[in-house]
Design a protein around this ligand. Structure first.
Ligand code: SAM
Length: 247
């Protein structure tokens, strides 16, 4: 029987290989991940993550599940805004979580966080467990994103909130052209210089172009069962926030 295929950047691969390839990318860049984020986006990823918090408006005592949470950027912001609460950071790639745990210890926040190795498509948590589910620059890497959204719906409590931050598509062709020139020509060499790994960053820029546009992804959020689903573009659509509620 022919195995189903999927995309890994611009390369078509068997579905069963994608998670291992993705782990390879993030395992390779983990120790340089935070530095590279600032370099590639000129620090703008921080503004997008703050915009995510502005819309999410964390409240004291809330329980967050931060899927594909990596080195914990979203969880740290969430806990600081909430004032009190708990975050579970789940990620496929252990070295990313190890880097995050070191950050938590340095910031004396270790008590408020758990770090769990796992897959967004099969969450090791009971139904109706969390107040908030976030996934930031993660769902683009998941083999079957619809399954991750279905899992988000399952583990959220009734009344719980989903928020997705992801690269998206710029609706203006001339701007998309300029952005493509920047990302395809500059980001892989920057990856080579800072993380000694241009291939991982080549994957990054290709995976951005393969990800569904704002409206298509909104349909997937609704299909998972989320109500009051909406999106907001960031920086003209370079990135986008999608929000939905388990009503
Ligand atoms: C670009 S990083 C994002 C990290 C963090 N959320 C942030 O915004 O800085 C993407 C993360 O997604 C994780 N990831 C990819 N596929 C995953 C999956 N199926 N389940 C869980 N995590 C996954 C990778 O290991 C990586 O740490």
């Amino acid at each position: 029987m022919n195995e189903k295929t999927t995309h890994f950047g611009f390369t078509e691969i068997p579905e069963s290989e994608k998670a291992t390839r993705v782990q390879g990318v993030f395992g390779s860049v983990a120790s340089k991940y935070d530095v590279m984020n600032d370099a590639m986006s000129l620090g703008i990823h921080r503004i997008w993550k703050d915009a995510m918090m502005d819309w999410l408006a964390p409240r004291p005592g809330q329980r967050l599940l931060d899927v594909a949470g990596g080195t914990g950027d979203i969880s740290f912001r969430f806990l600081k805004r909430a004032g009190s609460g708990h975050a579970t950071v789940l990620d496929l790639t252990e070295p990313m979580l190890v880097a995050g745990r070191q950050r938590a210890e340095a910031a004396s926040m270790a008590d408020q966080l758990d770090w769990v190795v796992g897959d967004a498509m099969a969450l090791p948590f009971d139904d109706n467990t969390f107040d908030t589910y976030t996934i930031s620059f993660g769902i683009r890497n998941v083999t079957r994103p619809q399954e991750a959204l279905n899992e988000a719906y399952r583990v959220l409590k009734p009344g719980g909130r989903l928020m997705v931050l992801e690269f998206s598509q710029i609706p203006t062709p001339a701007l998309q052209w300029a952005y493509d020139r920047y990302s395809f020509n500059l980001i892989p060499p920057m990856g080579k210089l800072i993380a000694n790994d241009s291939e991982s960053y080549q994957y990054l820029v290709e995976s951005i172009r393969k990800f569904p546009d704002q409206e298509t992804f909104l349909g997937m959020v609704r299909q998972a069962g989320f109500g009051n689903a909406k999106y907001r573009n960031l920086s003209l659509g370079i990135a986008c926030l999608h929000s939905g509620w388990k009503l």
